[in-house]
Design a protein around this ligand. Structure first.
Ligand code: NAD
Ligand code: UDX
Length: 459
């Protein structure tokens, strides 16, 4: 089937960038992204491209070039579903917060709602593409819902997980290592492959069965996160032995069998995917009674939680065992640089721990607004909203955040932090002036020459 009209349900960090690139590379296809969140759709339609709801380098230019031509953002979900030949489901699949599997299993209620909606409004044959990250065998449930509509429409289900990383989404989409398509119907698989073939070399378009494709996504994220937890585990040993974790990472990463990527020790990984997807993998393994498998992967999360806690504890211990009443500047709130996304950011948990110790927190992030910082802290429910408001200040300028601070905690590796005027920063801080570099972005010798007491991860 030649695809002329695509609908994507879910205008988030995946749906927005992915569809913008598909539209840019396929000017002959009309792409409509729909969402139940009217404010988000309005932001995607904002004439001011700096107000798009997702910040990604290069994205605004692509949206600017395609929006209103063959890329559309709408809240009219039913109309877009019915008009489409191919429907991507790109809605959120968060960890369940209630009932069976609470805290581990993926919450599939939004996926099921999409499937039911498609079943209800479709009047022509559709290819339905799972773009969201899903537990293995979810396609079975979607198929069952779609095939029981009784209106004689043919649905083909494909799995096409997304491997983009935030902060580099546009580059990742333009030059993917691979595109993965899982399915049962060859014609449907080829229809989707043709959409990608507009810019992705054929050799990079992998075709598998449905279940391999679904499971590959969880597995890829588990392997990547495992590398970060592995190097973070070594960082703790480095701190006690005089080894330097960045030197160790370089030494092992030059082994071509290991490779250099995802070996950067840090305050702990964040983001909406790693923790959620590993917890889901653990849940699936347990549901098949594979307890050793589940325990093995769960350790990646346990190590990550330990790393975040250990960072906060080290800061408190170094500040003479108390941060009560002291101003601590938190530089960076996003879970990594070049994104405005804060989901599961280590900054949230480190700040929460410091607030428990009665610290006064001053936050600065180049892309995260104050409301988001408060929402993230309030969501934890550790203390009242008023207490968070009173003990956390958010600054649009890094120099205001660090003024009179006892310590700086670097939580995100924003390039702008590397080039701050650190001598000026030092002069305005309380002495001794401490830096806890959770991303190892600054040079220890330079910082010590200025006068700082500098503490990095794994050094
Ligand atoms: P998101 O929360 O940014 O966006 C999801 C959007 O779906 C929201 O705007 C929400 O309003 C909308 N939505 C939910 N239910 C809906 C419904 N029934 N009808 C219409 N709209 C609905 O999420 P995201 O980060 O884009 O992630 C989406 C999926 O992609 C998840 O399964 C995630 O695991 C996966 N994924 C995410 C990333 C990433 O980097 N964020 C990368 C790869 C895969
Ligand atoms: C991840 C996967 O990389 C991507 O393929 C998938 O589609 C979605 O999940 P994302 O979470 O956006 O992408 O960013 P990623 O670059 O993987 O970083 C995740 C977290 O790990 C961040 O907090 C990052 O700072 C941290 N990290 C990453 C490290 O601490 N050290 C590293 O070496 C790499």
């Amino acid at each position: 089937m030649t695809i002329k009209n695509i609908c994507c349900i879910g205008a988030g960090y995946v749906g927005g960038p992915t569809m913008a690139v598909i539209a840019q590379k396929n000017p002959h296809i009309k792409v409509t992204i729909v969402d139940i969140n009217a404010a988000r759709i309005a932001a995607w339609n904002d004439a001011d491209l700096t107000k798009l709801p997702v910040y990604e380098p290069g994205l605004a230019a692509i949206v600017g070039a395609t929006r209103g031509k063959n890329l559309f953002f709408s809240t009219d979900i039913d109309q877009a579903i019915d008009a489409a030949d191919m429907i991507f489901i790109s809605v959120n699949t968060p960890t369940k917060t209630y009932g069976k599997g609470k805290g581990q299993a993926a919450d599939l209620k939004y996926i099921e709602l999409c499937a039911r909606n498609i079943a209800k409004v479709a009047t022509t044959d559709k290819i339905v593409v799972e773009k969201s990250t899903l537990p293995v065998r979810t396609a079975e449930a979607i198929k069952s819902i779609l095939h029981n509509t009784g209106n004689g429409i043919n649905f083909h289900i494909l799995s096409n997980p997304e491997f983009l990383a935030e902060g580099t989404a546009v580059d990742d989409l333009l030059q993917p290592d691979r595109v993965l398509i899982g399915g049962e119907n060859e014609a449907a698989i080829n229809s989707l492959a043709t959409v990608y073939a507009s810019w992705v070399p054929q050799a990079r378009i992998l075709k598998t069965n449905l279940w391999s494709s679904e499971l590959s996504k969880l597995t890829a994220n588990a392997f990547l996160a495992q590398r970060v937890s592995s190097i973070n585990a070594i960082s703790e040993l480095c701190e006690l032995t005089g080894a330097n974790v960045d030197e160790v990472a370089k030494a092992i990463g030059t082994d071509s069998r290991i490779g250099p990527k995802f070996l950067k020790a840090s305050v702990g990984f964040g983001g909406s995917c790693f923790q959620k997807d590993i917890l889901n993998l653990v849940y699936i393994a347990r549901s098949y009674n594979l307890h050793e498998v589940a325990n093995y992967w769960e350790q990646v999360i346990i190590m990550n939680d330990h790393q975040k806690r250990r960072f906060a504890d080290r800061l408190i211990k170094t500040l003479y065992n108390t941060v009560s009443g002291k101003k601590i500047a938190v530089l960076g709130w996003a879970f990594k640089k070049d994104t405005n996304d804060t989901r599961e950011s280590a900054a949230i948990y480190v700040t929460d721990h410091l607030l428990n110790e009665q610290a006064h927190i001053a936050v600065h992030d180049p892309k995260v607004p104050a409301e988001k910082v408060y929402t993230d802290l309030n969501y934890l429910n550790t203390r009242t909203e008023a207490e968070n408001q009173n003990n956390v200040a958010v600054y649009t300028n890094a120099y205001d955040a660090v003024k009179d601070a006892h310590a700086i905690a670097i939580m995100t590796e924003w390039d702008a932090f590397k080039t701050l005027d650190w001598e000026a920063v030092y002069s305005t801080m309380q002495k001794p002036a401490f830096i806890f570099d959770g991303r190892n972005i600054l040079d220890k010798h330079t910082m010590e020459a200025i006068g700082f007491e500098y503490h990095a991860i794994g050094q």
